[in-house]
Design a binder for this molecule. Structure first.
Ligand code: MLT
Length: 400
């Protein structure tokens, strides 16, 4: 028998959303007559935007014609997409990010986990609790279990990030936060960027939900904060903004100014390390997905993103109202499709999950699955249709 990675023995048996899916499937087979409304995994309900469909059909036609056929693409992503991203998401907003600092991928989740590949084996990583489970699970799989720590962002601090502190070399920060739906203010994030420079740590900034930011003081990119290009990587996704959960496409920004050191003290650019990592283990997102993603940067594409995110925020509002109407403490749902809610009566997250499913036939994600500081809370998503969200809100108000 071969020796296996001990890290796996420290992980819960299933990935959080796989476990939720299994329990929902069990409930469905026990109650085939009940109409379940899914509000657990953050999967979108709107179909692909017409402007994206058209671009992807054009890409398929390119691949079907010997004159326009393309095989392997550039490892960092096609220029047409990286340039559109740099122009629209950064330079157009006054942020100095070049297209050679952008790495197109098959989504934020892979990049968030794969970034461990460029870290030293003994690096100390801090992850928020509650936080997206990939940050901790991927670190544990990669052997960082002895040096992983959790930053409490629990109920006592209103689920906000704590003040920056020492004791780690890399920290994952997510804003708007998955799972709590709260967006960091400029002041809060500035304090983290300053601390990263002063205390010598790196920030992995997960901004997969930036398109949901509506509060004027909340930041969309960490590079809005002066000096962030020297201390932070930013990870983004088209999944939740443009319905790419099945298509798969996202990107990571690794600024050229961001440096690391080898054990012998020699300096190296993280941009070049990430390029080396990606070109070795990844062959790029498909040409078809990248053409689809580029269409999002047209005027029509931007209108569709705005309309879709507005709709999901409105759904989140319905859930917020219903949950606060029955006396839950409710967070998020204003700069995010996620609503985070707790009964405050000592019921555990899984007990709340079961009660919501049994009484209302509404699924959710138990907050404890995002870390022990999420215990007693549930995450619901605004990603379902407006009609089913209205029905879920009605059931919560009348049956929970
Ligand atoms: C979520 O629902 O938070 C995630 O996007 C699901 C995932 O891990 O892929």
């Amino acid at each position: 028998m071969i020796k296996v990675n001990d890290g796996f023995s420290l992980l819960p048996e299933s990935y959080l959303f796989a476990e939720v899916g299994r329990r929902v499937a069990d409930f469905r087979s026990e109650h085939p007559d009940k109409e379940i409304i899914r509000m657990d995994i953050g999967d979108v309900s709107l179909p692909m935007f017409p402007v994206v469909t058209e671009a992807m059909l054009g890409a398929v036609a390119d691949l079907a014609d010997s004159r326009t056929f393309r095989g392997y693409g550039p490892e960092q992503g096609w220029d047409f997409l990286r340039e559109a991203i740099a122009r629209h998401d950064y330079k157009g907003r006054g942020l100095d990010i070049d297209s050679d600092e952008i790495f197109v991928s098959d989504g934020a989740k892979s990049d968030l986990g794969n970034l461990y590949d460029i870290m030293a084996p003994d690096i100390r990583v801090a992850v928020p609790s509650p936080g997206y489970p990939v940050y901790a699970d991927a670190g544990i799989m990669d052997g960082h279990y002895g040096t992983l720590s959790y930053l409490c962002c629990g109920a006592s601090s209103g689920f906000r990030m704590p003040e920056p502190s020492r004791g780690f070399d890399v920290v994952y920060i997510c804003s708007p936060c998955n799972p709590t739906g709260l967006a960091m203010t400029r002041e809060e994030l500035s304090a983290w960027v300053r601390a990263a420079a002063d205390m010598n740590f790196m920030i992995i900034f997960d901004s997969a939900y930036e398109a949901y930011v509506r509060t004027p003081d909340a930041v969309r990119s960490i590079y809005e904060i002066t000096g962030a290009e020297k201390v932070a990587v930013e990870v983004r996704s088209f999944s939740k903004t443009a319905g790419f959960t099945g298509v798969r496409c996202g990107y990571t920004v690794v600024p050229k100014a961001l440096k690391g050191v080898y054990a012998d003290g020699s300096e190296v650019s993280l941009n070049s390390l990430w390029r080396r990592r990606q070109s070795t283990k990844f062959n790029g997102a498909s040409y078809i997905s990248q053409r689809g993603a580029a269409a999002l940067y047209t005027e029509q594409g931007q209108t569709c993103v705005r309309e879709a995110t507005d709709l999901y925020i409105e759904n989140a509002r319905m859930l917020r109202d219903a949950l606060s109407g029955i006396g839950f403490s409710v967070f998020g749902g204003e700069d995010s499709p996620y609503v985070w809610a707790g009964a405050g009566n000592g019921e555990s997250s899984w007990e709340l999950f079961d009660r919501l499913l049994d009484r209302c036939m509404v699924t959710s994600t138990p907050g404890s699955g995002f870390g022990s500081d999420g215990e007693g809370y549930l995450r619901l998503t605004g990603f379902n249709t407006a009609e089913l969200t209205r029905e879920a809100a009605r059931r919560i108000r009348t049956q929970f």
